[in-house]
Design a protein around this ligand. Structure first.
Ligand SMILES: *Cc1c(COP(=O)(O)O)cnc(C)c1O
Length: 414
């Protein structure tokens, strides 16, 4: 049998026994597309269009302002937060859906600084997603903090080194570019041993990894609604404050919806009890209710099964690369316990390679400077898709398809 036939047989076996077989029907993925960019914009869950249609035509169009009560629009941020909480290991009452990740990072960093007065150091990852670094450096200017950038390997040592000067660590659980999974339990423990707080960005882990926020004692966390959670373009983000910190969570964006009595219309601010104080202003309800509907794609699934399928997909992709003789440098750790839900490869013409793949219906993305980033969303991808995408990549490289002029020009926005 050829290598390809061997791999096809293995894909068949793996798909037949996967605990997630059948969840693809919960999504409307276009025919002929293998979608490997669910870590940038998740695919459309089948439940969403009808709900959004109902929200627009009936709830807004017919019931108008009465819907705030009739459909509990008011409670949607906490209600949807609890659903996300269940996916990231947080008991109810600790997650709220609100604002964007960038805005929530600002709230969390300022609050963390205020919760650890006299400790001027924040540790972060110099390779972090830019918005995390940009927001943190602005907070540092506002609050006179010192940001120290470390790698994953340096993190534990740096926590010990700064110990009693450390306010918090601010890391992403999964590196957006390399797909490396950071040691959230270990670094959280180390931060606590130093008396510091652990703030985690879950943008690339929420929805594909069980996270275990409560189990590991994470203090504060944020994450994205439109990546693996499939909330749709610009869906609001989420914010987690561990119950034990909620009374002390003093964030800077004191809007009326975080007020203890918003309809008392008081000129003076008094924060609401619980996670509600992390709200700011009126939620984008079309998006928020779309996200709530999207989360039904997880109904009945265990996050342990989701994680197992995700690890199996990324592991099988690496197996396909090896089996088909594709020897691109792999940026992502080969150890499944150190991997998120993506595989990133390096190629000097990475941009053109991605464009050539997209032309074949395999949608991944390019990340500066030379990374082909392929996200494997476990709810709508099979091992057969994985093999097909590896085969397409093989052909793009073998036939030098990426050298075609139409794949060379970089658009302003990718
Ligand atoms: C996607 C992502 C963001 C996005 O932030 P927005 O405010 O939604 O634009 C932030 N941080 C990380 C680590 C991300 O992966």
């Amino acid at each position: 049998m050829s290598q390809h036939a061997d791999l096809a047989a293995r894909a068949g076996d793996l798909d037949a026994t996967s605990p997630l077989s059948g969840t693809r029907e919960r999504f409307l993925v276009p025919e002929g597309v293998i979608y490997l960019d669910g870590n940038s914009l998740g695919a459309l869950p089948a439940a969403v269009p009808d709900v959004v249609q109902d929200v627009v035509t009936r709830q807004w169009g017919q019931r108008l302002i009465r819907s705030w009560n009739e459909f509990d629009w008011w409670g949607a941020p906490e209600r949807t937060g609890d659903r996300i909480g269940a996916l990231v290991g947080a008991a109810p009452g600790q997650v709220v859906v609100t604002d964007s990740t960038s805005v929530n990072l600002f709230k969390v960093f300022v609050a963390a600084g205020r919760m650890r007065p006299g400790r001027p150091v924040v540790l972060t990852d110099g390779g972090s997603f830019p918005t995390d670094l940009h927001i943190l450096s602005s907070v540092a200017r506002l609050m006179d903090l010192e940001v120290v950038r470390v790698t994953h390997e340096q993190a534990a040592g740096a926590i010990a080194e700064h110990a009693d000067r450390l306010a918090c660590i601010a890391f992403s659980q999964v590196d957006y570019r390399s797909g490396e999974l950071w040691d959230l339990p270990g670094l959280t423990r180390a931060a606590h041993d130093a008396g510091a707080l652990a703030c985690w960005d879950l943008c690339h882990s929420a929805g594909v990894h069980p996270v275990g926020l409560d189990e590991h004692g994470v203090d504060l966390a944020v994450g994205c609604g439109y990546k693996y959670l499939n909330g749709g373009p610009g869906a609001p983000a989420f914010l987690y404050v561990a119950a034990r910190h909620q009374d002390a969570f003093d964030h800077p964006l004191t809007g009326w919806q975080g007020h203890a009595a918003p309809f008392a219309m008081s000129p003076d601010y008094a924060p609401a009890h619980g996670i509600t104080r992390a709200r700011v202003g009126t939620a984008p309800l079309l998006s928020l209710l779309g996200l709530e509907a999207a989360l039904t794609a997880y109904d009945g699934l265990s996050m342990a099964d989701v994680r197992a399928h995700s690890q199996s997909l990324t592991g099988f992709f690496l197996e396909c690369l090896d089996g088909l003789g594709l020897d691109l440098p792999v940026v992502t750790p080969r150890d499944p316990e150190r991997r998120g839900s993506q595989v990133s490869l390096r190629h000097p013409e990475a941009y053109a390679v991605v464009q050539a793949l997209i032309a074949r219906g395999v949608i991944g993305d390019f990340r500066e400077p030379d990374v082909v980033r392929l996200g494997f969303a476990p709810l709508y991808l099979s091992h057969a898709d994985v093999l097909a995408s590896a085969q397409h990549l093989l052909e793009v490289l073998r036939d030098k398809e990426f050298e075609r002029p139409e794949f060379a020009a970089r658009a302003a926005v990718t």
